[in-house]
Structure formats: C-alpha cells, structure tokens
Ligand binder design. Structure first.
Ligand SMILES: N[C@@H](CCC(=O)N[C@@H](CS)C(=O)NCC(=O)O)C(=O)O
Length: 210
C-alpha cells in the first residue's frame, strides 16, 4: 500500500492540516510531498497533471489521486473502515451528515473572517499589529461563535472525536490566536483539540521562518 499526501510547503493550508490529521488519526503510514504554492507549483507539472483541481491537499493512494479534504476524509473512512481503523466521521447517519455539514459550511462561509484572520496567525504567530476586524468579519466571527456554542456537546461535537472537531477548532483559533474575545468553553475546546498528537505532529512540520 502506498499513500502520499501533498501539502503546501509553508503548512498554512487549513485543508492540508485537516487531511494530515485525518491520515494520522487513522494511523496510516504516509509520506509527505511539499507543493510550493507561492511559486505556482500547484498549477505546473508534475502536480498539475496529477491533481484534478490543482489544489492541496491531495492524496495519492496506490495511483489514485484525490483532492478536496472533505472528499478525502470520506474516501479514507470508506477504504480504511471501522473494523480496522478509527473513524474520521461519526458512524450514526444523522451525526455523520451533521459533521459533513459543519465541514462544508466552514469551507464555504465566514469569508471575511477567513480573509482577515488567515491561518498565518495560527501557524506562524500573530503579526505585530493586525487591523481590527471589519464589520463583516465581526459578523462572521459572531456567527462562528454562535454556531459552535450551539453544536458543542461537552468535549467533542459528536460524543467522540471526529475530523469536524479539528476543522471547527481551526476556525476558532483564527479568533483566539489573534486575541479576539471567545467564551472560555470554546477556548478550552480549541486548546484541547490543539493538543491532540495528530495536530501537534502537523505543527512539528511547520517550517521556522528564516
Ligand atoms: N475545498 C478545498 C480547498 C483547497 C484549497 O483551497 N487549497 C488551496 C490552499 S489553502 C490551494 O491549493 N490553492 C492553490 C494555489 O494557491 O495555487 C479543500 O477542502 O481541500
């Protein structure tokens, strides 16, 4: 079995983090290939010919290449099923649908917040002075906190860990690590998610700025 993960070389892609964590949580052996997005490597061969969407993350599993972190999580759960590997998504159908909903929502909404608090702040530390959030980004932050507060049941979203927990914690970290006010329960949740060995393993690969 060969499994390779393509990620951005600066390790600031939240989607690449999600797939790295997914592979780690599944306890799958995999190699990592860096793609230098800043140099346009995603749009040039060899990556552009491998990857349908020319985006990271991509996985290459025994010659099959797949992008889109949500689709990759589904694929990994299908191929490496619950009898042999930990699940990334809840097994109960409605919870699984809710987890996918959360994943898709986090990837398609909150644009102003995602733009104004990009993941550099999470993986490379806060900038000396970030501009205050615009009204649009403040509204996105408030929406994130409201929905996270509604969804969160104790330690995890769905009773036990799922990949949606990593994605939600990442979104909350945009606010927390840039000093925005976040309720203690959500801060504690995000901090606990950040301590997972899978997330720490990703953080250990983040290059130190020159
Ligand atoms: N919805 C996709 C988003 C993937 C995505 O937007 N990746 C960005 C990096 S964060 C990318 O590869 N951009 C290509 C480029 O910068 O050339 C997913 O969940 O995997």
């Amino acid at each position: 079995m060969s499994l390779r993960l393509y990620v951005d070389h600066l390790r600031i892609s939240p989607y690449a983090l999600s797939t790295f964590v997914a592979l780690h949580e599944k306890k799958l052996p995999f190699s990592i290939k860096d793609v230098n997005l800043g140099a346009g490597a995603a749009r040039q061969p060899p990556f552009s010919t491998l990857s349908l969407t020319q985006r990271v993350p991509a996985i290459e599993h025994d010659g099959f290449v797949l992008t889109e972190s949500g689709a990759i999580a589904d694929y990994l759960d299908d191929v490496f099923g619950p009898s042999t590997h930990p699940s990334l998504l809840p097994r109960a159908i409605q919870q699984r649908a809710r987890a996918r909903q959360v994943q898709a929502w986090l990837r398609s909404d909150l644009l102003a917040l995602r733009n104004e608090r990009d993941t550099t702040v999470i993986f490379h530390g806060p900038r000396a002075a970030s501009a205050p959030l615009s009204p649009e980004a403040q509204a996105a932050g408030a929406k994130l906190l409201h929905i996270a507060g509604q969804l969160l049941q104790g330690e995890f979203l769905f009773g036990t860990w799922s990949i949606a927990d990593t994605d939600l914690a990442l979104a909350l970290q945009r606010l927390i690590l840039s000093g925005e006010p976040v309720p203690a329960t959500l801060r504690d949740y995000a901090a606990a998610q950040w301590q997972r060995p899978s997330v720490q393993a990703w953080l250990a690969t983040v290059p130190v700025p020159a």
